[in-house]
Design a protein around this ligand. Structure first.
Ligand code: ADP
Length: 493
């Protein structure tokens, strides 16, 4: 199948979160299954240096943008069987950060134009290359306009007649919402804008909503999150109405992880290699980690945290119970960046409890690997979590996940019993409930035999990509057999 996978980030080219891991790994896996896969990513600053052999393929492809034309410079490189296309426009993409202006801390003011350009440039590139995909897999709001364009601009274009679209939501809270005048920039018929129509959302234009309206199939990154976002405003962030109307088209597919990159048997970032059968090296990893982050040697359990420091991730619960938590026999290491209030919280705790809590407020991939390898437990108290990757890495590194039972965390961490389970969960979003869960984990840790059995079960859990990629492949096939969305809307069953 000719598959265009479109994403605003992909490992190794650009990454701010889990979407990048998924884009890099899933495309590789699909190519391995014999598909013709093109991965489209914006050509941000420095992206060319992330892979060898990137070459400019075409310099002046015209991209219509409403009433003006912008020029696309397309670069490319073949990697692991995947044809990667870097969508180049220096004015839009050569900037210090992907989505946000670091000098104001706010989103780039022209994010609408940047990602309108990205979507239209992907379509222009396909035409230029004379390579029309049978399936376009768009991801999150940044590429949500692709299903929209295929089902409006190209609705009656014979070239695109066989193309179907899948839109995957990796996090529904980020929607790409813009003022009404953004509609004019889309370059579509004015008659498409009317109150209550797909293009209007409370007087604004919401790119994510457009993806949900126009793609033939919808998916998200765990079955539980699929139920949650269609089920209530708490999780659906305003999209629950559309999603419950389209629930027949919505699937949850749990992400895999790339065991070529996240594998304690081969990981080049860590102090010693280890495995489920031979876990001894984990001790050396713990000692090296304590030293690296400035914690004193200690046999007490070490809890790792690696995260964007955003409200979604539940760190206000740590703030709520920090005194009690840090009175326990444990150490904590935090790696993350994000909201200033969490930087302040963790800085203050590190100053107050230097023997117990260490923080690294930055993005550091190597340290992320060493925290996964050297910690005994991993804490993710998320308010919501579409899938979550770190708990999956933790399982493989024998670092027992302690999670809130939501979204993908609920689906992938099996609650501990003396004879089964891979981690610990709490249900109610409250500091006291989180603390009870941590106390339960600490008590289990003191029973060395129980803990080593638990570690073994965790390390043997399998969340590799082949199984997830097979599910995507089935979904692509199902999607291709559907009528075009534009027609389905006009002739509802
Ligand atoms: P999200 O996509 O919501 O940020 P995920 O758990 O799905 O959460 O993915 C987060 C990814 O980003 C993981 O690969 C994690 O290791 C990585 N990550 C997050 N923060 C940092 C950081 N400060 N340094 C290094 N890696 C990080």
């Amino acid at each position: 199948m000719r598959i265009a996978f479109v994403s605003s980030e992909a490992v190794p080219f650009a990454k701010t979160g889990g979407l990048a891991d998924v884009s890099g790994a899933l495309t590789k896996e699909l190519a391995g299954r014999g598909h013709e896969v093109a991965l489209f990513v914006p050509r941000y600053n420095g992206v060319e240096d992330k892979a060898e052999g990137v070459a400019v393929l075409a310099s002046n492809i015209a991209v219509a943008m409403g009433d003006r034309t912008e020029m696309l410079e397309l670069s490319g490189v073949k990697r692991d069987g995947v044809q990667v296309y870097l969508v180049g426009h220096d004015g839009f993409f050569r900037r210090p950060e992907l989505y946000r202006d670091p000098s104001t801390g706010k989103d780039w003011a022209d994010n609408d134009e940047r990602f309108i350009f990205f979507s239209r440039a992907v379509l222009a590139a396909c035409r230029h290359l004379d390579w029309i995909p049978e399936l376009i897999h768009a991801n999150d709001w940044q590429s949500a306009l692709l299903p929209t364009y295929v089902n409006t601009l190209y609705e009656n274009d014979s070239e695109w007649a066989a193309t179907r679209t899948l839109f995957t939501v990796h996090n529904i809270a980020y929607q790409g919402m813009f003022e009404a005048d953004t509609f004019g920039k889309l370059g579509l018929e004015p008659g498409l804008w009317y109150p209550g129509g797909p293009f209007e959302y409370w007087g604004k234009v919401n790119f994510l909503k457009l993806g949900l309206e126009f793609a033939e199939s919808l998916s998200t990154v765990s079955p539980r999150y699929a139920e949650e976002i269609a089920g209530s405003n708490e999780y659906g962030f305003g999209m629950e109405g559309i999603l419950s109307r389209r629930c027949g088209d919505l699937t949850g597919i749990t992400n895999g992880i790339d065991y070529d990159i996240w594998n304690p048997e081969t990981d080049p970032h860590i102090a010693a290699r280890f495995s489920a059968g031979d876990p001894a090296g984990k001790r050396a990893c713990k000692e090296a980690l304590q030293k690296e982050v400035g914690l004193p040697p200690s046999a007490h359990p070490l809890i790792g945290i690696i995260s964007r420091l955003a409200d979604q991730k539940g760190f206000d619960l740590i703030g709520e119970v920090s005194e009690t938590l840090l009175s326990r026999d444990l150490q904590i290491v935090v790696l993350g960046t994000g909201d200033a209030k969490y930087h302040e919280l963790f800085d203050a705790l590190a100053a107050r409890y230097p023997e117990k809590l260490a923080v690294a407020l930055r993005f550091d991939n190597g340290l992320a690997h060493r925290i996964e390898a050297g910690s005994d437990m991993f804490l993710m108290p998320s308010r919501y979590e579409p899938c979550g990757l770190n708990q999956l890495y933790s399982l493989r590194y024998g670092t027992i996940p302690m999670v809130r039972a939501t979204g993908g965390l609920a689906d992938t961490v099996e609650p501990y019993t003396p004879t089964s389970g891979t981690g610990f969960q709490f249900e109610t979003y409250a500091g006291a409930d989180m603390l009870d869960m941590i106390d339960c984990a600490l008590a289990t840790y003191r029973d060395a035999t129980a803990w080593s059995r638990l570690m073994k079960r965790a390390m043997e859990a399998d969340f590799s990509w082949p199984a997830a990629a097979a599910r995507y492949e089935a979904l692509y096939n199902e999607t291709r057999s559907k009528p075009k969305r534009a027609q389905a809307e006009r002739n509802p069953a």
